[in-house]
Design a protein around this ligand. Structure first.
Ligand code: ADP
Ligand code: MG
Length: 362
């Protein structure tokens, strides 16, 4: 006998979906700092307590949230950034789905302190119910900006919580890698990240100074020594038009800016965990692009893995960011052609570089 097909109740659907947007501390931290960047912050502090198990707090000096928006902050699909699907091609903010805060709210104890320029030094502390409704409002002292605290993430999903507790150190290093990518790519934004373990002193993870260049950011995040082994990436190629190209104005040029280890054996650090990829400065996972970089590098230096910071600058029509709720997976429309071009220009870069090095460094 087949069971009756019936709808899942709204609250359960919300829980199920929230667990897809927020899967671990990395996704939680990512959503919060993206909101801070979208709010124009030039200073972002990330505080972990007990590697995030107790709480995760992101404090920014951005625009703040005005009182008429308090009730919508954590409601699902409420966003100030996008109103219809057609806006998606031109989206310039990190967020646009209006899901992150409602998901975090469903999965944790969620508190916001915020003040706009008009209100500071007075601010408002907001506590939320898991449904996203404001539970309490109180006046507090606050500088312009927003601080969001997420405590007891996943306590409502015991299996997920146990998983989180088991993998907390691994997760912490994953979240640091992600934050390092944002801190490296965001020029003019000061980042400071630290953890307060359950016992012992608070430990800074890294900090940047609001530098005007990614090079200085990388020096702050990974240490000045890292720079010695790096060469600038400044690549450009044009993809041939295909039938899929339907807009006459669409640019088919791809530029890649960044930094990569020199392929000189013994000089660079072995840095497979220091590889960051971006599309229009949005950190993302690009497995095929990463593979191409590593393959070409290996043909010049078989023993080491390079440090890579590669920002692919291209037309927003050339890719789709709306593939997964966390927006880290990006679909590049002309990936095959792009990869071929990339390998050619990278080979040229490394070949030219070897020729310009003094003989004793080869
Ligand atoms: P999205 O970023 O997709 O719009 P979110 O759920 O992440 O959705 O955030 C909901 C809304 O809350 C945002 O559109 C923004 O207006 C506001 N907001 C969230 N975080 C901040 C912040 N740090 N500073 C200012 N406004 C914020
Ligand atoms: Mg957001």
């Amino acid at each position: 006998m087949s069971a009756l097909i019936k709808p899942i109740d709204g609250r359960s659907v919300h829980h199920l979906q929230s667990g897809q947007v927020i899967v671990d501390f990395s996704s939680a931290a990512k959503e919060l700092i993206e909101n801070s960047l979208d709010a124009g912050a030039t200073s972002i502090e990330v505080r972990f307590r007990n590697y995030g198990l107790d709480s995760l707090e992101v404090i920014d000096n951005g625009s703040g949230i005005s009182p008429e928006n308090y009730d919508s902050i954590a409601l699902k699909h409420f966003t100030s950034k996008l109103t219809s699907y057609s806006d998606l091609d031109n989206v310039t903010t990190f967020g646009f789905r209006g899901e992150a805060l409602s998901s975090l709210c469903a999965l944790s104890e969620f508190t916001v302190v915020t003040a706009t320029e008009n209100e500071a030094p007075k601010g408002t502390k907001l506590e939320f119910e898991n449904s996203g409704k404001v539970k309490s409002k109180s006046m507090v002292a606050a500088q312009k900006g927003t601080s969001v605290t997420v405590s007891g993430l996943f306590k409502k999903l015991p299996v997920r919580r146990r998983e989180l507790e088991r993998n907390v150190k691994r997760d912490y290093s994953k979240v640091l890698n992600l934050l390092q990518a944002y801190a490296s790519v965001c020029v003019g934004v000061k980042f400071s990240v630290w953890n307060q373990p359950a016992k012992g002193k608070r430990t800074p993870a890294f900090a940047t100074k609001g530098n005007p260049t990614t090079r200085e950011n990388i020096s702050n995040v990974f240490g000045a020594k890292t720079l010695v082994a790096l060469v600038p990436l400044d690549l450009e190629f044009t993809l041939t038009p295909t039938k899929k190209t339907n807009s006459a104005t669409e640019s088919r040029t791809v530029k890649i800016f960044g930094h990569i280890s020199r392929p000189v054996v013994g000089e660079g650090r072995n840095a497979p965990d220091r590889q960051m990829f971006f599309v229009n400065s949005r950190p993302c996972i690009l497995p095929q692009i990463s593979k191409a970089f590593n393959e070409v590098y290996k043909s010049f230096n078989v023993t080491q893995s390079p440090f890579i910071f590669a920002d692919l600058i291209m037309d927003t029509n050339a890719y789709d960011i709306n593939v997964s709720p966390d927006k880290r997976t990006i679909l590049l429309h002309d990936q095959t052609e792009l990869l071929e071009n990339l390998k050619t220009v990278l080979n040229e870069l490394f070949e030219n570089h070897e020729q310009t090095l003094p003989a004793n460094q080869l």
